[in-house]
Design a protein around this ligand. Structure first.
Ligand SMILES: Nc1ncnc2c1ncn2[C@@H]1O[C@H](COP(=O)(O)OP(=O)(O)OP(=O)(O)O)[C@@H](O)[C@H]1O
Ligand SMILES: [Mg+2]
Length: 244
């Protein structure tokens, strides 16, 4: 599947319209209480499931569009504080991969986030040059990379996830979890589209799209991604990105 493939362009274009209509219709049913309520529990749960999944499909389409933009070398250039982008990515990933923690965050002040995260086994550390100095790159793409790595760590961890940001010239992101890990013979394949390392096991559902997006983006940014992992020893993904 490449950008040159006109069928892919057409597919993305033609899916966007109907999906927006489905989403708007379900949102209307859920929000225009005076017209539609009362729903019984089954009706409400069904509508909410349809809404969640239409949103997932829309996010995936947007993600594909972003990947194609960067395959063509189209990056925006902005100076931003990495801690701001990290917070957004973290909240996005948590909402999808760990919704109960998302609920806790939704009711908390931003100043209490670190404490809530620590209580849930999530450690965040921002050090080095970009702790206080803005980093220059395309913030959407950096957020996409962070969101994918964080959501994997949350999906595949046993109890803990640790994210560190360091670097004095290049930005260095490391995301570590204490999950099952990835055996050496599968480590090359996990960056391929639609690959699942442990399909036979009871693995959380996913499309197998995230890591291929991350690798693609990082390479277009002339950065590097590496993985340290072994069976039963957890995983650590490290990404290095030079400023734009
Ligand atoms: N932190 C991790 N620990 C263990 N296995 C992992 C980890 N991250 C990725 N994997 C393995 O690599 C595969 C590919 O990851 P990828 O993020 O591309 O897909 P996914 O998480 O299954 O789906 P999605 O498209 O929603 O991200 C996963 O299905 C999983 O088998
Ligand atoms: Mg993933």
């Amino acid at each position: 599947m490449t950008r040159k493939d006109p069928l892919v362009d057409l597919l993305i274009h033609d899916l966007t319209g109907p999906l927006s209509i489905v989403l708007t219709s379900v949102n209307n049913l859920l929000s225009k209480k005076d017209k539609c309520e009362p729903y019984n529990e089954y009706q409400r749960d069904t509508l909410k499931r349809a809404q969640r999944n239409a949103e997932k499909a829309k996010a995936l389409l947007l993600e594909i569009i972003e990947v194609y933009r960067s395959e063509e070398g189209l990056f925006r250039r902005d100076a931003f504080l990495i801690s701001d982008i990290l917070r957004e990515a973290l909240v996005d990933a948590i909402e999808v991969a760990a919704p109960s923690i998302g609920e806790e965050l939704a009711h908390a002040e931003v100043s209490n986030y670190a404490e809530i995260l620590e209580q849930n086994g999530i450690t965040i550390e921002v050090a080095g040059r970009y702790e206080k100095t803005p980093f220059t790159h395309d913030p959407k793409k950096i957020r996409q990379i962070l969101r994918n790595l964080i959501s994997n760590a949350l999906k595949y961890r046993k109890n803990t996830m640790r994210l560190t940001i360091t670097g004095d010239l290049d930005l260095v992101i490391a995301v570590t979890d204490d999950g099952e890990g990835i055996p050496p013979e599968k480590q090359d394949y996990i960056f391929k589209r639609f690959f699942h390392a442990n399909r036979e096991k009871d693995e959380p559902e996913g499309l197998g799209f995230g890591l291929s997006c991350v690798k693609n983006l990082v390479e277009k940014m002339r950065g590097e991604i590496s993985l340290k992992s072994g069976e039963g020893t957890g995983s650590c993904f490290t990404v290095r990105i030079p400023p734009l």
